[in-house]
Design a protein. Sequence first.
Length: 277
Amino acid sequence: MTSFQPGLGQAYAEVIGDPIKHSKSPVIHGFWLKKLGILGDYRTQHVLADGLADYFEIRRDDPNWRGCNITIPHKIAALDHVTDPGGIRSSIGAINTVFRDEKGALVGTNTDAAGFFAPISEDEWAHRDAIVIGAGGAARAILFALAQADIGSVTILARSPLKAAALLSHFGLKGQVLKMDAPLPPAELLVNSSPLGMTGQPPLEIDLSVLPENAVVYDIVYSPLETQLLAQARNLGLDVVDGLDMLIGQAAFAFELFFGQAPPADCEDELRALLLK
């Protein structure tokens, strides 16, 4: 059985994934814990795919463990190791957060959808067209949020066309699936939900010149914060949303589940400055 370091006598939560060193979640949660004076900890835990079952088995028996955030590549597989009272498997189909309920059971949920949509929620997206790059766990949350916003046509760029087509069908979205290197159609929202462009990953090579001047380009990658995608969008005069917006948004929902208090709402600028160091 894989060895996972237990907590050191105090409440803690963590983020799991592979890779995991790039994660800024410990900075975010640590900042909020300090601001609220909560005695607790938040850390990273490297978990390989073949160690996921062992991880949850060990953490289930640790009374100090409050839960975890989940990143690539475990957002779908983690569903097999937790309870799902909210029906996330049948709705979004991926989880990014596991927490204990009042009876101690491990509950899976997804804060990505709300975290993704928060930065663009003041705009009206009904019947407008969108492009989503990627068809993994993050894309599921994004497509769920767009479906709730009554988005128009959605084009998915994906390496697996069948998987992407299944997602359109699952969320009741009209649209099309294109290969990753296909020319983009015009759309008012483009979202990169893939790891392309992330530090240590292949670049995302794409031409944004076809997008209309009122388009929003949204990259959920946050390492680096200024991705090549966002730099190109800025050069074209397009509005951009960086990965920190979604990261902080989804983390806020998870923090309250872990530690029983909402994060402070009056220090986001200070937090962003800390994350940019």
